[in-house]
Design a protein around this ligand. Structure first.
Ligand SMILES: *[C@@H]1O[C@H](CO)[C@@H](O)[C@H](O)[C@H]1NC(C)=O
Ligand SMILES: *[C@@H]1O[C@H](CO)[C@@H](O)[C@H](O)[C@H]1NC(C)=O
Ligand SMILES: *[C@@H]1O[C@H](CO)[C@@H](O)[C@H](O)[C@H]1NC(C)=O
Ligand SMILES: *[C@@H]1O[C@H](CO)[C@@H](O)[C@H](O)[C@H]1NC(C)=O
Ligand SMILES: *[C@@H]1O[C@H](CO)[C@@H](O)[C@H](O)[C@H]1NC(C)=O
Ligand SMILES: *[C@@H]1O[C@H](CO)[C@@H](O)[C@H](O)[C@H]1NC(C)=O
Ligand SMILES: *[C@@H]1O[C@H](CO)[C@@H](O)[C@H](O)[C@H]1NC(C)=O
Ligand SMILES: *[C@@H]1O[C@H](CO)[C@@H](O)[C@H](O)[C@H]1NC(C)=O
Ligand SMILES: *[C@@H]1O[C@H](CO)[C@@H](O)[C@H](O)[C@H]1NC(C)=O
Ligand SMILES: *[C@@H]1O[C@H](CO)[C@@H](O)[C@H](O)[C@H]1NC(C)=O
Ligand SMILES: *[C@@H]1O[C@H](CO)[C@@H](O)[C@H](O)[C@H]1NC(C)=O
Length: 508
């Protein structure tokens, strides 16, 4: 076998003619010899075997017994992809994703005529894009591939899926993109591409997913995009694109996800977006968009996430949006005014809400999300709600600490956090909320001492800390001289006259 191997390594074209050998075994053994396999994932690859068909990661055609698929995802392999693989003349699918392979992609892969799916994503491959092996489905995402796209890249119009995202590619998109009749998925995201988006993109009738995000593309969104009536996802985020958000997005009835965030779009949000009946996610964050949020969005029955944060939107707080049953809503960093009015507490319409960010607006009023299933912690962004009068979050599954930023909510009169799983201390900065009338922290797991400063709260009518893990002496003075015992019980280590527990070391 060793001799055969040497032959193969030294004289590959000769070996091709010696059909007594199983090319596939030899090819794979040579491939293995070029790799480091620290977790011994390829231990079943025994060069004495007649056939590789039972080796881990190898699949053969049942009739010809030739290798058709090689799947070694996440095998912790490092080293280079050797020429050995060129022996696998019936190989259709190769997936070496999420290893630590280095070196460049061998353009001779093109000689494997059956090969139609290549996934080398998540490695450490460098060099430039090998045009000739781009057929059908190619995934080279998350490597260190650099340079420009080859001028002829679009001449291989059998390509259905091309993912080159998260590499170090640069330059313009070469002309001829519109010839990609079969293309369904294109992702060039997270590279350093520049120039205009392809004008003829609308000529690729099969396109379902378009990702040009996180590059330096400039100019406007090509009008032909609206012709992509099978398209479900468009991501153009994080570029230098400008112009108004086009009205015609309303024609894109299949679109489920539209991400135009972090660009230079201006003008108003077109009311035609309300025609996008499939839309689930809309992200227009971080642009220069003005005007209001069009109420036509109420027609988008499938919407789950809306992010219009960091724009120049204004007008009355669009309370209608809570009726959409969103999971994520961010209106932060705009100039919305007025009060927040949620539908009745038990309405199903916002039971699904996971993320709500209304910070940095000019809002006032009440946030009442009590008795939902909110989990996670209270976001520090709450500190942006300067005009908030009531924050009611009782009866959820909140964890973590009270964010110190709460001290900025100077308009708060009611802070109701009972029946959650909050921990940590009652922060002394609560004492800065001088308008506070109702503070209910009961049924959590707050611990530590109660800050003396709390006695400064002169409007306090309810201060309920029952059923926590607080300790030490109750503050004395002001409201605390007459605090009802039901407001403090259930804290085994609390002391003071109210709980009939003298404090050991305190000068009382
Ligand atoms: C490879 O196969 C031969 C013959 O079946 C066997 O003697 C040998 O132990 C195997 N090697 C490994 C590493 O399993
Ligand atoms: C990845 O490969 C490089 C060189 O090939 C090596 O230096 C490095 O230790 C490898 N990393 C892991 C996690 O195997
Ligand atoms: C390419 O591979 C990455 C990581 O392995 C994966 O997340 C991505 O979905 C793949 N792209 C396509 C178009 O399948
Ligand atoms: C990728 O390869 C370079 C050398 O080519 C090496 O310095 C780097 O550590 C590798 N990255 C990983 C994640 O192994
Ligand atoms: C591309 O793949 C198709 C089948 O999927 C095949 O017919 C065609 O020959 C391939 N083209 C190249 C250049 O490899
Ligand atoms: C919207 O896009 C911004 C910036 O690209 C990102 O930070 C944010 O997480 C996105 N919002 C949602 C809801 O995905
Ligand atoms: C909140 O709950 C959901 C669903 O139960 C879960 O997937 C998510 O990880 C939770 N988030 C946190 C921060 O605990
Ligand atoms: C609080 O956490 C404890 C244990 O981590 C859990 O048993 C309990 O159900 C939680 N309570 C609430 C209201 O989520
Ligand atoms: C409350 O927190 C303490 C630690 O501070 C922990 O030991 C205890 O299990 C927690 N109780 C509940 C019910 O989560
Ligand atoms: C404090 O909260 C507990 C538990 O939620 C409740 O039983 C008690 O009546 C409350 N005390 C006052 C004075 O509101
Ligand atoms: C404390 O003592 C007073 C009088 O002795 C009694 O009325 C009150 O119920 C006691 N409170 C507690 C919490 O035991």
């Amino acid at each position: 076998m060793l001799i055969k191997l040497l032959l193969l390594l030294l004289l590959p074209s000769v070996v091709l003619c010696l059909d007594a050998f199983n090319d596939d075994v030899l090819g794979l053994i040579v491939f293995k010899a070029g790799l480091r396999d620290p977790e011994s994932k390829l231990v079943s690859w025994n060069e004495s075997d007649d056939s590789p068909c039972k080796w881990d990661g190898v699949k053969c055609d049942l009739i010809t017994n030739r290798v058709t698929e090689l799947t070694l995802d996440g095998f912790s392999l490092s080293g280079q992809i050797s020429r050995g693989l060129l022996r696998l003349q019936q190989l259709q699918k190769i997936s070496l994703a999420n290893n630590n392979l280095s070196g460049s992609v061998n353009p001779e892969f093109a000689h494997l005529w059956s090969l139609h799916s290549i996934d080398l994503s998540g490695n450490n491959l460098s060099g430039s894009i090998p045009t000739s092996c781009l057929n059908n489905s190619v995934n080279l995402s998350s490597n260190r591939i650099s340079g420009k796209l080859p001028e002829k890249i679009w001449s291989l119009n059998g390509l259905e899926s091309l993912d080159l995202s998260d590499n170090m590619l640069e330059g313009h998109i070469p002309p001829g993109f519109g010839e990609m009749y079969s293309l369904k998925v294109i992702s060039l995201g997270r590279n350093a591409f520049s120039g205009l988006l392809p004008e003829d993109i609308g000529s690729c009738p099969q396109l379902q997913s378009v990702n040009f995000g996180q590059n330096s593309f400039s100019g406007v969104i090509p009008e032909s995009l609206q012709k992509l009536n099978k398209c479900t996802s468009v991501s153009l985020n994080g570029n230098l694109l400008s112009g108004e958000v086009p009205n015609w997005f309303g024609h894109m009835q299949s679109l489920e996800s539209l991400d135009l965030s972090a660009n230079r779009f201006f003008g108003r949000i077109p009311f035609t977006l309300g025609n996008m009946r499939s839309l689930k996610e809309l992200n227009l964050s971080s642009n220069g968009i003005q005007g209001g949020l069009p109420q036509s969005l109420m027609n988008c029955d499938n919407l789950l996430a809306v992010d219009v944060s960091l724009n120049r939107l204004k007008g009355k707080m669009p309370n209608w949006i809570f009726e959409l049953g969103l999971q994520k809503l961010s209106l932060s960093g705009n100039k919305f005014k007025g009060s927040i009015e949620f539908p009745p507490t038990n309405a199903p319409s916002y039971q699904s809400l996971q993320i709500l960010d209304l910070s940095s607006n000019q809002l006032s009023g009440v946030i009442d999300l009590s008795y939902n299933t909110l989990n996670g912690s209270i976001p520090s962004e709450i500190g942006g709600a300067l005009a908030l009068r009531e924050l009611r979050l009782e009866g959820n599954r909140l964890t973590g600490h009270i964010p110190p930023q709460i001290k900025n909510c100077l308009s708060l009169t009611a802070l109701v956090l009972s029946e959650n799983n909050l921990t940590g201390p009652i922060p002394p900065t609560i004492a800065k909320l001088t308008n506070l009338e109702i503070a209910d922290f009961s049924h959590n797991n707050f611990s530590g001492n109660l800050p003396k400063e709390l006695t400064d709260l002169s409007h306090l009518a309810v201060f309920n800390i029952s059923n926590n893990n607080l300790e030490g002496e109750l503050p004395s003075g002001g409201f605390f001289d007459t605090i009802p015992v039901t407001s403090v019980y259930g804290n085994p280590s609390l002391c003071g006259s109210v709980v009939n527990e003298s404090c050991p070391s305190s000068p009382s």
